[in-house]
Ligand binder design. Sequence first.
Ligand SMILES: [Zn+2]
Length: 250
Amino acid sequence: MQRVVAPCWQKKHVRPACPVPLPGAVVAPAEMERRMDAILKPFPKQQLSEHVRAAPAPVSPKPSREEAEAAVKTLIAFAGDDPAREGLRDTPRRVVSAYEELFRGYRECPLDVLERTFSEIGRYDDLVLIRDVPFASHCEHHMAPFVGKAHIAYIPVERVVGLSKLARLIDVYARRLQTQEHMTSQIATAIDEILKPRGVAVMLEAEHLCMAMRGVQKAGVSTVTTQFTGSFREAAEQMRFVTLVRGAAA
Ligand SMILES: [Zn+2]
């Protein structure tokens, strides 16, 4: 095994697990990856909820692309237009391609996203908050979009996760047919079970186009859902979370 000779710049001794090279030192990507892995903590998969541990089981038999495109053609005709019209000729193909992207959350697993955690958090024991993370999902009742912002906080114990990973976790669940309530609780559960923090707070604010464009036809209505676990079940902690979230909007 190759010996790492670059000393950590924070502590002046040889420390193979430290991923931070000396300023100016050249570290090969593979070596950097190895050093990062040395401080990443794997954790057991047992005791994780089904939706946290794995992507949903694929529908069987999965419709072919041709069948999906034919279904879009039928819907166009049902709406009252001619699927053979020039402007619509390629639409079924485009819609099916868009579906692969908009619903790719069915092929993704929360555990894969949050698996790599960092244990070097020093004495940090207060909340980590990411706020105003935009998301777009589809309501499972009308397959109409609902779009909004997510705010997530957790209080780490021993390990933290890369901040971009929390944003990715939101998309894993948003890119499925959803209710806002279910999505809120799924995000909270995944963070709670995988990171095992002292507490998790999740707030989603979204406008549902099924409400804005059909039914009661009220645009601009914001639906807010929250889910709290652990120490965030206490009123004072919830207040602090909401104050920090609202601070962003001021
Ligand atoms: Zn709806």
